[in-house]
Design a protein around this ligand. Structure first.
Ligand code: AOS
Ligand code: ZN
Ligand code: ZN
Length: 424
């Protein structure tokens, strides 16, 4: 839908303003001792996976208002992520959710993904819904279930997801559990944790050598009294028991209000246990809104820890993914906004004057430390992000090209106004 030709015409139109902006920024950053070329290459390398379930219109329990042209097959989902990646060169992977996504012809899928320069990111299991004709019900939990038969079904499902992921050359399994209890007394809290550990250990046994197991946590929802893995500490405990390949996944929406997420990042990285990220933004809970739409300063502070940790700890490479739901906006535009917000936060963190910050910390110069952080945060780094895109052959301004190329109306024409994304 978007050709190289479209991109170069677009970039030519935008180039004049862009080059004066980047020159201005370059002068400023050079003066502070930064090598702008390095920053741009770091940004260009950064890839954020797109979840297959974010490509259709999301909703709440009160309704869904689809906008049309949604992908109705896994092939169309891959095409949509390919489109994003063509526009921003930063969305080079798709994350599948089984059984929402059932790969039928794996070879064909692999070829299609290759055509779009996409990799298959972490595969996600689903034991939080009962599938039609399923022999067991997860109403009262899955990996924690009191009934060994149901636990086994949930474990087997995860093993099946690993098998599918291996065929696609995925390298990680992400587990999010809805397991918990809604009323006091419903669970023996220690028992539920113990059974979950045993089930996870059995899944871990099947994990290939070069894979990771990423374990999410969440304090509430769907269970409102206790979740079996409510917080980073419980996830950390479990992944530590499981072994080297198991790590904690931080989903930004999975914290109680005002939690210091950047500190969680710092602690996990210092123990080499930060495995992955689900990016989104929120005001109240797991709102799954566009990254950076509400708390961009928090995003920056998180990336400040990430950059510091990536340089100064042994924490292995982290899987980056968006986990959002698009209720009002065109999902593709929303995802472009999210990826942009992630890269902006990363760029801001890359221009923190770390030497001076360490010095200020040494001297307990609190005001200076804040000045240093906020100087980076208040710099308009968007030209750096745009330069990284252009360097990779993508668009200086992806959303404006997406709109001028009238992508959505072409998708509606192709797929129909009432096309409903699979898996929703
Ligand atoms: C749920 O709250 C989690 O964030 C999961 O990552 C979940 O699997 C995903 O959002 C798909 O529903
Ligand atoms: Zn998540
Ligand atoms: Zn979530």
């Amino acid at each position: 839908m978007i050709t190289d030709q479209d991109i170069s015409v677009h970039n030519e139109q935008k180039f004049k303003v862009h080059s004066s902006e980047i020159q201005h920024l370059e002068t400023k950053l050079q003066d502070k001792g930064f090598d702008v070329k390095n920053i741009i290459s770091d940004l260009a390398r950064f890839q954020v996976a797109i979840p297959s379930w974010a490509l259709g219109t999301g909703g709440t329990r009160f309704g869904r208002f689809p906008g049309g042209g949604e992908p109705t097959s896994l092939e169309e989902k891959i095409a949509d992520v390919g489109l994003l990646h063509k526009l921003n060169a930063s969305s080079g992977a798709i994350s599948l959710h089984i059984p929402w996504d059932i790969p039928e012809n794996t070879n064909q899928l692999i070829a299609l993904a290759k055509e779009h320069n996409l990799a298959f990111d972490a595969v996600n299991s689903n034991t939080f819904q009962d599938q039609p004709n399923a022999e067991v019900s997860y109403k009262f939990g899955s990996l924690c279930h009191i009934d060994p038969g149901i636990r086994k079904a949930a474990v087997d499902h995860n093993k099946e997801v690993i098998r599918i992921g291996k065929e696609l050359d995925s390298k990680a399994l992400t587990i999010w559990l809805a397991d918990g209890s809604t009323f006091p007394g419903q669970h023996n809290l220690r028992g539920a944790l113990q059974r979950t550990h045993e089930s996870l250990a059995s899944i871990y046994d099947d994990l290939p050598e070069d894979w990771k197991l990423l374990l999410e946590y969440k304090p509430y929802e769907p269970n409102f009294y206790s979740m079996v893995i409510p917080d980073w500490g419980t996830s950390f405990l479990l992944v530590s028991k499981l072994g080297e390949k198991a790590r904690t996944l931080v989903d930004l929406g999975h914290h109680l209000p005002n939690t210091n997420i950047e500190q969680i990042v710092a602690v996990l990285m210092s123990e080499s246990k930060l495995g992955g990220f689900h990016f989104n933004d929120s005001k109240y809970g797991d709102d799954d809104l566009t990254v950076g739409s509400l708390k961009p300063y928090q995003m920056f502070l998180i990336f400040n820890e990430l950059v510091d940790g990536m340089r100064n700890t042994q924490n292995p490479e982290i899987s980056w993914m968006i986990d959002a739901s698009h209720n009002l906006k065109d999902p593709l535009e929303d995802l472009l906004q999210s990826v942009e917000a992630i890269l902006i936060a990363y760029a801001q963190a890359l221009i923190v004057d770390r030497k001076s910050l360490a010095l200020a910390q040494e001297k307990n110069d609190v005001a200076r430390a804040q000045e240093i952080l906020q100087d980076a945060y208040r710099t308009d780094v968007r030209p750096l992000v745009a330069a990284a895109r252009m360097q990779s052959g993508a668009a200086l301004d992806p959303i404006s090209l997406y709109r001028s190329a009238e992508v959505r109306s072409r998708l509606v024409k192709e797929r129909g106004l009432h096309a409903v994304a699979t898996g929703l």
